[in-house]
Design a protein around this ligand. Structure first.
Ligand code: TRP
Length: 355
């Protein structure tokens, strides 16, 4: 028996999915804070779309995580709809899988409280994202920001998800999720109650950098809108941003080694490769020695072809908030049907009296 299959056979959590020809259950969350951009698409959403054929998928707009830092209420509502629109426009099937916003399912917050009492102060204090976000202002950040990873563990384990697609920056939070699952299973002597969730690390090839600085990640918080391509940008805006993207005065690199030394060139090559699902080496070969402007024209063409339809569909969906909300409500209902019995078992295990 191959190792992976042997491991699966020994893992009771995977058996039910394997029996249906699936590899497991995925849970992933996206925060409704700020516009979605090309980095979110290539680094996360596009992969979500691909996972649909081999996993049972639950995609969550994590509004409760969002408010760990201040959010304007109206903006929060809009952004929640926008992420949902992006999921749908990119091709996530909300009938076969589940799309919902976190606050629709009380089990997340309820399980998070139990996990707050399982996780240790020391574990949480070691979270690098908290240390970065809190910075020198540790006394003034919300308690929620500190407890953030505990809620994330609850998101995942309320559905006993077996796999979580995560970027590098969320690896530590997923490890904490595993630690919480192990400690809960041990403390209450319920071996195998929670699965030890596996990360599905998103490839480095899909790390999209700023169009203004090839050494910085493309980010919603960059003050310059020219640093990123937003999913809702129209064709003209995409073309203009690529035309203005920072480059160096040299012609296109003629080897990968040379591209490595030129971060802006490497980034644009990576974006091109990711958009057409090719290897960077192939793109380097086809444009080697050419003028940057020729490459930028070609990049604009593929970017507009891939992103244009998604942006247009998002715009259309954003004009129909009642429909978007109905997708979330339906997803929320189906999510509750999964999470409630699991939470009930947790409550019983902990010794809470039944209502
Ligand atoms: N912390 C994640 C991020 O900022 C979002 C998130 C919340 C998440 N809950 C999750 C991701 C559960 C994966 C699984 O990107």
């Amino acid at each position: 028996m191959p190792d992976a299959v042997a491991a699966n056979a020994a893992n009771p959590h995977l058996a039910q999915y394997n029996a249906r020809g699936l590899a497991g259950r995925i849970f992933s969350g996206v925060q409704p804070t700020g516009n979605l951009h090309l980095g979110n698409y290539l680094g996360a959403i596009r992969n979500f779309v691909r996972f649909q054929s081999s996993y049972d998928c639950i995609f969550c707009v994590v509004d409760q995580h969002a408010i760990t830092v201040w959010q304007d209420p109206k903006e929060l509502t809009n952004q929640t709809r926008e992420i949902t629109a992006a999921f749908l426009a990119a091709g996530i099937d909300a009938k076969t899988h589940i799309i919902f916003n976190q606050s629709l399912v009380p089990a997340h917050a309820q399980l998070a409280w139990v996990f707050n009492c399982v996780a240790r102060m020391g574990w949480m204090s070691r979270m690098t994202q908290f240390k970065e976000k809190a910075g020198k202002d540790r006394e003034n950040v919300s308690l929620g920001l500190f407890a953030y990873p505990s809620l994330m563990a609850a998101d995942i384990l309320a559905y006993k998800a077996t796999h979580v697609p995560v970027g590098e920056d969320q690896k530590q939070h997923l490890e904490l999720t595993r630690d919480i699952a192990i400690k809960f299973n041990n403390d209450f002597a319920v071996p195998d109650f929670f699965p030890i969730t596996e990360p599905l690390i998103q490839g480095a090839a899909t790390r999209v950098m700023s169009l203004r600085d090839g050494t910085k990640k493309m980010s919603k918080s960059d003050p310059s809108d020219y640093s990123r391509i937003n999913l809702t940008d129209d064709s003209d805006t995409i073309a203009q941003k690529i035309r203005k993207a920072k480059t160096d005065p040299l012609p296109m690199p003629d080897s990968e080694a040379e591209a490595e030394k030129r971060p802006e060139a490497a980034n644009l090559l990576d974006i091109y490769a990711a958009l057409i699902d090719a290897e960077r080496a192939d793109i380097v070969a086809s444009f080697a020695g050419q003028q940057f402007s020729a490459f930028k024209n070609a990049l604009t063409e593929v970017a507009v072809a891939k992103l244009g339809p998604i942006g247009a569909e998002m715009q259309r969906l954003m004009k129909d908030p009642a429909y978007v909300d109905s997708v979330l409500r339906n997803g929320g209902e189906r999510a509750r049907a999964i999470a409630e019995p699991i939470l009930a078992e947790v409550y019983r295990t902990v010794g809470f009296l039944k209502p």
